[in-house]
Design a protein around this ligand. Structure first.
Ligand code: AP5
Length: 193
């Protein structure tokens, strides 16, 4: 199965993707994690991305696409994947469709986690205090939410138009949200079958 996980920053995509990876035996591809690894390793891509990420803005489409393309060529992807953090604007949507067509791995479904902004700000503040992730500062989280509304929200509309979108309530205990996602995936498979 090939899944795109959508939702605002802090909506729980990464947390739920880890659980889905274990449950369904899929590769978890997070563009945020790939970028943070590049920043940590001090690669040329990481050096370019750091300031943009710290400001809560999007890294350029070209840089992220080349990184994603490389990741999608790895072996574990053959059994299916969960894409977390990509696509983040309509140009990335188009690039993804073209790339997945080329490697004959078309998407099955997009799952969007719905979480109100005030819950997101509170979650990121807790993480900022615990882990000090630079873009979890409250003012940067607000900027990430603004960028999300402006650039990423239309991506969900695009998948909805294609009939590929399911929306899940992302508020509640981790396991409760996880059950809702599994339920949504099962119903969508039943709908396809
Ligand atoms: P990325 O790492 O993708 O971050 P994000 O999507 O903005 O946000 P998070 O990772 O914070 O949110 P999440 O939805 O994964 O939630 P999580 O599970 O972590 O991107 C970071 C940056 O990289 C971007 O701003 C951009 O600069 C760049 N970037 C990445 N992809 C890009 C792309 N495609 N194009 C251009 N630039 C790109 O949960 C958040 C917190 O809440 C955690 O502490 C978690 O423990 C907690 N939590 C989760 N679920 C619950 C729950 N149910 N109840 C209580 N707490 C919960």
């Amino acid at each position: 199965m090939r899944i795109v996980l959508l939702g605002a920053p802090g909506s729980g995509k990464g947390t739920q993707a880890v659980k889905l990876k274990i449950e369904l035996g899929l590769a978890h591809i997070s563009t945020g994690d790939l970028l943070r690894a590049a920043v940590k390793a001090g690669t040329p891509l990481g050096l370019k991305a750091k300031a943009v990420m710290d400001a809560g803005q999007l890294v350029s489409n070209d840089l992220v696409l080349s990184m994603l393309e490389e990741r999608l060529m790895q072996r574990d992807v053959a059994n299916g994947f969960i894409l977390d953090g990509y696509p983040r604007n309509l140009a990335q949507c188009e690039a993804l469709e073209e790339l997945l067509d080329r490697i004959r791995q078309p998407l099955d479904i997009a799952v969007k986690l719905n979480v109100p902004n005030e819950v997101i700000v509170a979650r990121c503040e807790i993480r900022y205090k615990a882990e000090g992730r630079a873009d979890d500062k409250p003012q940067t989280v607000r900027e990430r939410l603004r960028v999300y509304t402006e650039q990423t929200a239309p991506v969900a509309d695009h998948f909805a138009e294609l009939g590929h979108l399911v929306v899940v309530d992302g508020v509640g205990e981790l396991d409760e949200v996880f059950k809702r996602i599994l339920g949504a995936l099962r119903s969508s498979r039943a709908a396809v079958a």
